[in-house]
Design a protein. Structure first.
Ligand code: HEC
Length: 190
């Protein structure tokens, strides 16, 4: 009897403590908050298990330089904002994100060791509760593979491809970061 009461109380107590924690205002919700206990481990295990089940296998060694250049154009438009460009400092947005987006052209952030199918899965589906978007709706399957192949070969890209990964000049924004608006006509002398 005591045992049964213990089990019932236990069953009630755990969800109750969970609800109290979530509604207490103490659970980390800001990008700048420290991680919850075990957050990294749980999220990592869930993600890896999911990807192992679902990632396709594909040999991307046949992609041509031209296809990699197309991948670099996609990267410039959709990824560089968070994942950075070769030989460039970490972009401003990336510095304030939690979790940090790996800088895909640095030795620490490269995904060259991952099977391309795993990287493709991440780009296609995104990574929940992180800044990593899903590109399934905005890129075609061919484009997904082009940009996947680009980042999978980040350690070994031909010069034509690297030159497509230079920072783009932003015509409307001056070096001071101010918008270059047309100067208003000088007011009439009084
Ligand atoms: C708004 C920011 C943002 C944009 C834009 C973005 N990502 Fe990400 N990406 C992230 C973050 C944050 C992570 C880290 C997620 C994590 O820690 O699990 C990530 C993770 C990844 C990973 C997994 C890296 C690893 O080590 O496993 C790959 C690959 C990736 N992104 C590729 C891309 C590509 C390709 C694009 C463009 C098509 C892109 N991302 C656009 C924020 C972004």
């Amino acid at each position: 009897m005591k045992f049964a009461i213990g089990v019932i109380l236990g069953l009630l107590l755990f969800p109750l403590l969970g609800v109290l924690y979530v509604t207490s205002g103490r659970m980390p919700a800001a990008a700048t908050d420290p991680p919850m206990p075990f957050e990294g481990a749980i999220a990592g295990v869930a993600l890896n298990a999911r990807i192992r089940r679902a990632a396709p296998t594909r040999n991307v060694s046949g992609f041509t330089t031209q296809e990699l250049v197309s991948g670099a154009d996609i990267y410039q438009n959709d990824c560089a904002f968070c994942h950075g460009l070769p030989q460039q400092p970490m972009p401003t947005a990336a510095q304030g994100e939690y979790p940090r987006p790996p800088q895909l052209f640095t030795p620490d952030g490269r995904v060259s060791d991952d099977p391309p199918g795993v990287t493709y899965w991440k780009v296609k589906n995104g990574i929940r509760l992180t800044g990593m978007p899903s590109f399934e709706k905005s890129l075609t399957d061919y484009q997904l593979w082009q940009v996947t192949t680009l980042v999978s070969r980040a350690d070994n890209l031909p010069p034509e491809v690297l030159s497509s990964l230079k920072p783009l000049p932003s015509p409307a924004i001056g070096s001071s970061g101010a918008l270059a608006l047309p100067t208003p006509p000088a007011s009439k002398p009084q």
